[in-house]
Design a protein around this ligand. Structure first.
Ligand SMILES: Cc1cc2nc3c(=O)[nH]c(=O)nc-3n(C[C@H](O)[C@H](O)[C@H](O)COP(=O)(O)OP(=O)(O)OC[C@H]3O[C@@H](n4cnc5c(N)ncnc54)[C@H](O)[C@@H]3O)c2cc1C
Length: 564
């Protein structure tokens, strides 16, 4: 590795949602880009091996056996894990980690990362997400505002394709949307009752990364209109939902500037104290365990929050004995997540004549209505709700509760509506919620990840509020048999982990500046969830993409000016 002539302009670690975006943006701008991916290749369409498999073509109709569940107690908790998707998940024994407190770490090691599996809900964060932590005293100031990110949200939305309505709500800003999905009769009824009975609460159709009407830019990517098959997690042969595999990576490849290497586990970033910069990375080949080095002028870290933290923690040197850029000892700390512990179920007997056809890859969202312009609740931060309604007979069919004549009868008399509601709550970043490296090594000789993360009293108060409010709202909308309960799930199962390498204005309390550049190692950028100083209320991945595109834009100027 010759430091004077690096192998590449840029190395991107990880090919998932954020890494795919980094690769696309750099390649579009003409930079020679190496993407290093620890997992296998997954070719768009060709490797979606279960995309068209029917239940009767699979053993146990596609269900996971009790034995398989016992062998994978962590990953099998994920709702998307099953016979048709298991090959896209990391099994429990493939990359073991240590838990001081229970944490369900759900991972996907392959080209595309979790972009193949995600639920595709994409709301912009609002100015409240960026302002509230400092305003209400539960976090450091974000070094960027909503206005800094707004043009990048538009940039990303136009490329990935986002369906939704421009609802004119400050809590979930409008965007560049494709046509929205439709609500059914009871969902509309609940929406109407919420609006009528709660002046500051609104229910709107969820915004999701699906092509409800493919535009020229999507056709150029080789993607097509969504047919609402809702078999998304198996990989979509139409490329109708956004994944790195269908969108950013093939686009980057077409530029001729991309090199993608699979089975390459980045163990550390290499640092040169003379230049005070990174020279490249060290990788371990997942098959041969051979150690190799690649050099570049800039390194983008996009291995997903916890792995990005662990790579940086393992990047020790004489200058940085506790991990790259970690003079303040905060690397790995303030690891946060979303609180998903509340759910409400109910039935509604209204609209007996109404039915609906087909499926829909999104639900209804109720944006956060707590602590909007000032803290007015007993807890800090906000939460949003999602709900949907299905005909009960249909639900029973799906669950396999009806067969033969019973099945036909239930289809003809679908019964009342089943209502399902869930919460997504902001968690307050805690210094003691953290990831660190163990003395034990994994099979590649890399220190094992240790997770010490838990809920706080704030989460309990927020959960109680959701359960009370969710039940009351459904009651006021005429629902019956309301059951508000907590799932007792551990952190991690939300799969929205964030933090550990947070952005900030002050190098004594943060690791990255406003462009995601390490304060103490200027050619290393971290643009996945690890960079987030707080979790906000909304789903995070759209923000990871927008932040990545913005950081690339900045890094590209530095590269051109030779100042990085
Ligand atoms: C079932 C499910 C539902 C979800 N629903 C939503 C949703 O509706 N909305 C939303 O916003 N988010 C959702 N998410 C979360 C979303 O998928 C993640 O936030 C997003 O994928 C994170 O992007 P990333 O680039 O940081 O990580 P990933 O997409 O996970 O990609 C990281 C990549 O880095 C690779 N890697 C890791 N370590 C190394 C290493 N040492 N060397 C080389 N490569 C490495 C991995 O193999 C992987 O390919 C969901 C996730 C799941 C699983």
């Amino acid at each position: 590795m010759d430091p004077l002539t690096p192998d590449f302009d840029v190395i991107v670690i990880g090919s998932g949602i954020s890494g795919g975006w980094a690769a696309k943006e750099f390649c579009d701008k003409g930079f020679k880009t190496l993407v290093l991916e620890r997992g296998k290749d997954v070719k768009h369409v060709e490797d979606y091996t279960t995309a068209n498999t029917a239940p009767w073509e699979m053993e146990y109709h596609g269900r996971i056996t009790q034995k398989e569940r016992e062998e994978n107690p962590i990953v099998s908790k994920c709702y998307a894990y099953g016979r048709t998707t298991e090959h896209f998940f990391v099994k429990d024994n493939e990359h073991p980690y240590q838990q001081v407190r229970p944490f369900d770490w759900i991972r996907a090691y392959q080209v595309g990362g979790k972009s193949l599996l995600w639920a595709r809900q994409v709301q912009r964060w609002s100015r409240f997400e960026f302002e509230r932590p400092q305003r209400d005293g539960y976090g450091i100031a974000w070094p960027i505002t909503y206005d800094d990110l707004a043009p990048w949200y538009t940039h990303v939305e136009q490329f990935i394709g986002v369906s939704g309505n421009n609802d004119g709500l400050e809590e979930v800003p409008d965007g560049a949307f494709l046509p929205p999905w439709e609500m059914n009769a009871i969902e509309k009824h609940i929406q109407k009752e919420i609006k009528r009975q709660y002046p500051n609460r609104t229910a709107v159709i969820g915004r999701c990364a699906h092509l409800t009407a493919a535009k020229e830019i999507h056709r150029e990517q080789g993607r097509n209109q969504c047919m609402a098959r809702t078999r998304c997690e198996r990989g979509c042969p139409l490329g109708a939902y956004f994944s790195s595999n269908a969108s950013t990576l093939p686009w980057a490849k077409k530029t001729g500037n991309l090199q993608l290497k699979t089975h390459q586990i980045v163990s550390k970033i290499l640092y040169d104290p003379k230049t005070e910069k990174a020279t490249g990375v060290e990788v371990i080949d997942a098959y041969t365990k051979a150690v190799k080095r690649y050099s570049a002028r800039v390194v983008f870290v996009n291995a997903a929050t916890i792995n990005s933290n662990s790579i940086l923690l393992n990047s020790t040197s004489e200058r940085f004995p506790n991990g790259l850029g970690n003079d303040n000892g905060l690397l790995g700390r303030y690891l946060s997540f979303h609180n998903y512990r509340g759910q409400v179920t109910a039935i509604h007997r209204g609209a007996p004549e109404a039915y609906y056809y087909g499926r829909r890859p999104t639900s209804i969202m109720i944006p956060s209505f707590r602590n909007k312009t000032r803290q007015d609740a007993a807890f800090q931060g906000g939460y949003m709700m999602f709900y949907s309604a299905t005909r009960q007979g249909w639900t029973q069919q799906q669950e396999g509760a009806a067969f033969g004549t019973d099945y036909i009868n239930k289809s003809a008399q679908p019964g009342p509506w089943s209502i399902y509601m869930m919460m997504q709550g902001e968690t307050v970043p805690q210094k003691n919620n953290r990831v660190y490296l163990s003395n034990q090594k994994d099979r590649y000789g890399i220190p094992k990840v240790t997770l010490d993360v838990g809920y706080t009293q704030n989460d309990e108060l927020m959960l109680a509020d959701f359960l009370e409010q969710g039940a009351a709202m459904l009651k006021k909308a005429g629902c019956e048999q309301i059951n508000a309960y907590e799932t007792h799930q551990a952190p991690g199962l939300d799969i929205h982990e964030m933090g550990g390498v947070r952005m900030g204005n002050d190098p004594s309390t943060s690791l990255l500046n406003q462009y995601n550049q390490m304060h103490l190692c200027k050619n290393v950028f971290v643009t996945d969830g690890a960079c987030m100083p707080s979790t906000g209320v909304q789903n995070p991945s759209l923000t990871f993409m927008a932040i990545t595109a913005r950081a690339v834009d900045y890094a590209a100027v530095q590269l051109k000016n030779r100042s990085t």
